[in-house]
Write a protein that binds this ligand. Sequence first.
Ligand SMILES: [Zn+2]
Length: 453
Amino acid sequence: MIAARLYGSVYLAVHLRGQAGYPFRPLAAIERDRDRRVRAMVAYAYRLVPYYRETMDRLGLRPADFRTAADLARLPILERDQLQRDPEYFVSTAQPLDRYLRLRSGGSTGAPRTIYHDVRALLQNRAHAERESPIIARFVGRRWGYRMASVGSPLSSGQEIGRFLGARSFTPPSLRIERQALSLFDPPEENVRRINVLRPDILHSYGSYLEVLFGYLHASGESFHRPKLITYTSDGMSDSVRRLIEQEFHIPVLSTYQAIEALRIAFECEQHLGLHLNVDLYPLRIVDENGRDRPLGESGDIVISNLVNRATVLLNYRLGDVATLRADRCPCGRSLPLLSFPEGRSDDLIQLPGGGVMHPQAIRIIFTHEPQVWQYQVMQETATRFRIAIVASPSCDRAQTSVRVREGFIRTFGSEIQVEIEFVDSIPRTRGGKVRPVLSLCQQSALSGQDHG
Ligand SMILES: [Zn+2]
């Protein structure tokens, strides 16, 4: 085990070299790195991943047909339900499954997925975080040794990755951060109290939870330790709440874009104009519903290729988010192209019988361990009544699944609630083509109806 940890640390150190300055390299050099990774990954996938071997043989494609990232569009667009039906079909046979980290997502999209990650990919991801550290240092005043309070869930993939890598590497001092974990299921007043005691330099959470927290602070006027920086993963924060945090609380805000399928897609810089894409690692296309490329500057579905992960290999995969590739360069000088902030990942908050609210992640977690559930939608009709629609695999034991889901709701929201579960063939989509997984008909704004727009 010590040998494995030493190996992991050396591997990490090698990959850390040059990362902090990487976003400023000339675009042509970045694209050369990207295309080299495309060739290597396609050859690997053809050799070791059943789906790619069979698909490329069927289409008469060979690895040599893939020279640049543009060639990835020669593969059919891989849809999320294909991955849900048969996750192992997309996993490399290079190692047995139990050597990979298996991550499950309850999904802000309402469609749970299983993705395997290999150790080297996770170590590389940690190295790639260095691309963001000069930006953070600018706000916090130092590169390491700062305190960060994270409001999340104990079951989050970030925590799982931390435990998995902790057993396989030593964290170099330059990456050491004093982390404090808070739970997003605790009421905002409780977390405000803890933050006032911990006095973190950075506060990190889901965008949607920060809406709850700052909505509470704004409404209550309670005193609050102001962190130097707020970071969030882009599961949706409205412009009005962002402006509230920046202008009323005077705290700068940075977001990153990540998914369980691709752990470090893009990050925001100090110019706040959008997200810088790690295109050498996760080349990205914007397409319409038929899979045709959208013109630059127009919004569409994000299709991504992961050139880092060699466990579940995803090439030309429709991620389920909507955004726009921007044509302009960022004045910060980074060459990595800009993506608009992705649209529409936000769910409604759940109203509690006592009058409080709970983050929709509480519901996502209930579905995280239900591999037979392909898609769900939860409609809160009153504070105590939920109606749930489920699209399940043909092999799903519906009676058992209903029992587990109902128990999960009662555990989370109390025994006085009523839960009605219905198995359906499909779930209606919104105008933008997305499923809203959590809808509350008794929704109140996180800002108690006050408009800051
Ligand atoms: Zn920039």
